[in-house]
Ligand binder design. Structure first.
Ligand code: AMP
Length: 401
């Protein structure tokens, strides 16, 4: 069984060919600068080295054609022909209330995805283009959509409703949806396995901390709250996104700086978060962490502390939302790789009321699933490398097997 997992952005396309049963990755790669000068494809077959070349790609159909050529290449390919690919799984950003689980693509499903474009105007159209390109070049191979929002569809109304006139929900479905759902689903499932319990019997908080960051409260296998909202700007402080903010700040700055709504949104999405708080020092947590540890930058220190504080504050609110917690899980670029941030979050804020103590030797390990709390710790602290591509491949397998 082989599933081709595709993640289409407006000018990029990431792919992996995965066996969802053995979990082996046969090949992976990336097409960049689609529709722009200097388009590149990089391709790495399992056990082989990365092949990177500049090839013109006018659109996503060209990119998919090159992906198929790479996968079936006589020397470096990993399949003889397309008949060895059983299904394609597309990572889709916004499924709104239309999609609560992985879904096989049909004309009706495509129409429903199109309906969600309003809510994710940068992402959903690119995702749809990817689906259509695959339909054209891989006829007869089932295509499935896996939505970033789907896992959070179990949130109760009190968690997803905004404190604004209800008519905007009725007219436009303005509500909280949440993102990174595939990762929250995968990590919370792994957490239950690491705790040696059924998913239905555990309460876990998943901290997906990367360039974009979100937290979720997962009770008995179902998401009951998550920090991102109708769009991915709500919640935690991120690399360049502001996270939660007083709406009054928007009006204040707009008037003072004579900015329109597009300029304000650009500032909040691209110039804020850790980058903004560090006064432009960096949005990259490696840079921030190094300068913080060296004590060389007050700006980096401010960003690190604000980031850790916001994560801890959300954890506290989710303990309340679930009336308890069995494990705090860390995942994604920062969550998996930054022992110092895990220490700041756990030691400075969670040690008393959650009774958490960390084993610093285990906390220093990288790249594997590990429980970093001491045996005496009253709450477990788990580091779980996320694997969204594998989670997508598994969901597709469940649909088509
Ligand atoms: P992601 O969006 O999940 O790919 O995560 C990207 C973020 O993870 C960037 O801010 C990276 O700087 C951060 N990151 C990756 N490795 C490390 C590390 N060793 N220490 C701290 N942050 C890291």
């Amino acid at each position: 069984m082989k599933v081709l997992v595709i993640n289409c952005g407006s000018s990029s396309l990431k792919f992996q060919l995965i066996d969802p049963v053995t979990e082996e990755v046969a090949a992976k790669g990336l097409c960049e600068r689609i529709g722009i000068n200097g388009s590149m494809i990089s391709y790495t077959p399992a056990g082989g080295s990365k092949i990177k070349k500049e090839v013109p790609m006018e659109n996503h159909t060209d990119a998919i054609r090159l992906v198929i050529d790479a996968l079936t290449n006589e020397e470096t390919g990993v399949v003889k022909d397309l008949s060895e690919i059983d299904a394609v799984g597309h990572r889709l950003v916004h499924g709104a209330e239309e999609f609560a689980c992985a879904t096989l693509v049909t004309p009706e499903v495509k129409a429903a995805i199109e309906k969600c474009c309003d809510l994710a105007p940068l992402h959903n159209p690119a995702n749809l283009i990817g689906i259509e390109a695959c339909e054209k070049l891989m006829p007869g191979i089932p295509q499935a959509g896996i939505f970033d929002t789907a896992f959070h569809q179990t949130m109760p109304e009190e968690a997803y409703v905004y404190g604004i006139p209800y008519e905007y929900y009725k007219k436009y479905k303005v509500r909280r949806y949440g993102f990174h759902g595939t990762s929250h689903d995968y990590v919370s499932e792994r957490a239950a396995a690491m705790l040696g319990k059924a998913r239905e019997d555990v309460k876990v908080i998943v901290c997906h901390l990367g360039n974009g960051s979100s937290i979720s409260a997962v009770k008995n296998g179902k998401c009951v709250d998550t920090s991102m909202g109708m769009t991915p700007i709500e919640g935690l402080i991120m690399g360049t996104r502001c996270g939660d903010i007083d709406a009054g700040v928007i009006e204040f700055i707009a008037k003072k700086e004579n900015m329109n709504i597009d300029q304000i949104m650009k500032m909040l999405n691209k110039e804020s978060g850790a980058l903004g708080i560090s006064d432009g020092f960096s949005s990259d947590f490696r840079d921030l962490e190094d300068a913080f540890l060296d004590g060389t930058s007050e700006d980096a220190t401010r960003a690190m502390k604000a980031f850790a504080y916001r994560v801890a504050k959300y954890i506290g609110s989710y303990v309340a939302a679930m009336n308890g917690v069995d494990a705090i899980c860390f995942t994604a670029g920062v969550g998996e790789n930054s022992p110092i941030l895990r220490t700041m979050i756990c030691n400075d804020y969670l040690s008393n009321y959650l009774g958490i103590t960390l084993n610093e030797e285990l906390n220093a390990l990288r790249g594997k699933e590990v429980d970093i709390a001491t045996p005496e710790s009253k709450t477990r602290v788990l580091v779980i490398p996320t694997n969204e591509e594998l989670a997508i491949a598994r969901s597709v397998y469940q649909l088509v097997k």
